[in-house]
Design a protein around this ligand. Structure first.
Ligand SMILES: Nc1ncnc2c1ncn2[C@@H]1O[C@H](COP(=O)(O)OP(=O)(O)OP(=O)(O)O)[C@@H](O)[C@H]1O
Length: 266
């Protein structure tokens, strides 16, 4: 029987909540009435076979795509029709399969640009911080940049061109760009796409290490990879939520076994 931990589970504070989220391309329903509820501090993975609708769902969450119907709420606020940068400013940080690092800029400049994108102006941290977290933890974009460089372990590489970073360090920098926006919720779309198995494991460890204290929604193709790091796993199949539950329950779920593990994967 399918596990459905999401249903009505609003006991802990909800960070991200989708209801009936649907995206059609013509007659084809890529994301089909998805209800998701991600709780404060949770590490949630969304997995599914090729074509399940994971990236389309991700794009509806970030605002890159407008859903056909349904809602996306962040901290209770309806963000369904909000532009991507507005969501980032509210605390929905995201990272894509495609690198957003500028090779011709220094490591520091890359991080600073990202920090600045959520700041109203130099020396001032953005809307969300002013509204919700009156703290002097980050006095300026510069101090935020320093902090991020330390968090990702690249403080000694700040002046190097990003293009000169080794692959692993580049991954660190990519996560740093997300961190620089000080996200409350981190949305990651297949951060290990195109990697070999060892590098994949290293990257997932890095995600855990760097982003451990944030609420996470990780889109991932590889079911095995997310089992050790996730609090809960949501399985998508043909655009629909097949099951949501702890990794242990998902591993035992018959529907998941059939749809996902039963040879649908490449
Ligand atoms: N812009 C588009 N126009 C038409 N169909 C699309 C479009 N984008 C995605 N699709 C279709 O929607 C379905 C879901 O695609 P999506 O990329 O979201 O799946 P996925 O789970 O991320 O797959 P993968 O693991 O292969 O990346 C696929 O059948 C895809 O062909």
């Amino acid at each position: 029987m399918a596990v459905t931990d999401d249903a009505g589970a609003l006991d802990t504070e909800t960070v991200l909540h989708t209801e009936g989220l649907t995206k059609q391309f013509g007659d084809f329903v890529a994301v089909d009435s998805v209800d998701l509820e991600v709780r404060d501090g949770e590490f949630r993975s969304v997995i599914g076979p090729n074509g399940a609708g994971k990236t389309t769902l991700f794009n509806c969450l970030t605002g890159a795509l407008r859903p056909t119907s349904g809602t996306v709420r962040f901290r209770g606020e309806d963000v369904t029709r909000m532009a991507p940068h507005e969501r980032v400013r509210r605390g929905m940080g995201r990272s894509f399969q495609i690198s957003t690092v500028f090779g011709g800029l220094s490591v520091r400049e890359n991080v600073r640009l990202s920090a600045q994108s959520v700041a109203e102006s130099e020396g001032e941290i953005g809307l969300r911080r002013q509204l919700f977290t009156p703290t002097d933890r980050f006095e300026s974009v510069e101090s935020r940049t320093d902090e991020v460089l330390a968090e990702i372990g690249l403080e000694d590489r700040g002046d190097d061109y990003a293009r000169n970073l080794a692959h692993g360090d580049r991954r660190r920098l990519e996560l740093g760009l997300v961190l620089a926006t000080d996200p409350e919720l981190v949305l990651l779309d297949e951060p290990t796409a195109g990697m070999g198995s060892e590098e994949t494991r290293r990257t997932i460890r890095l995600v855990e290490e760097v982003l451990a204290d944030r609420t996470m929604l990780l889109i991932e193709h590889d079911i095995d990879l997310v089992m050790n790091v996730s609090d809960r796993v949501t399985v998508l199949n043909r655009g629909q939520v097949l099951a949501t539950g702890t990794p242990e329950r998902i591993a035992e779920d018959d529907d998941v076994q059939r749809a996902y593990l039963g040879g649908v994967r490449e």
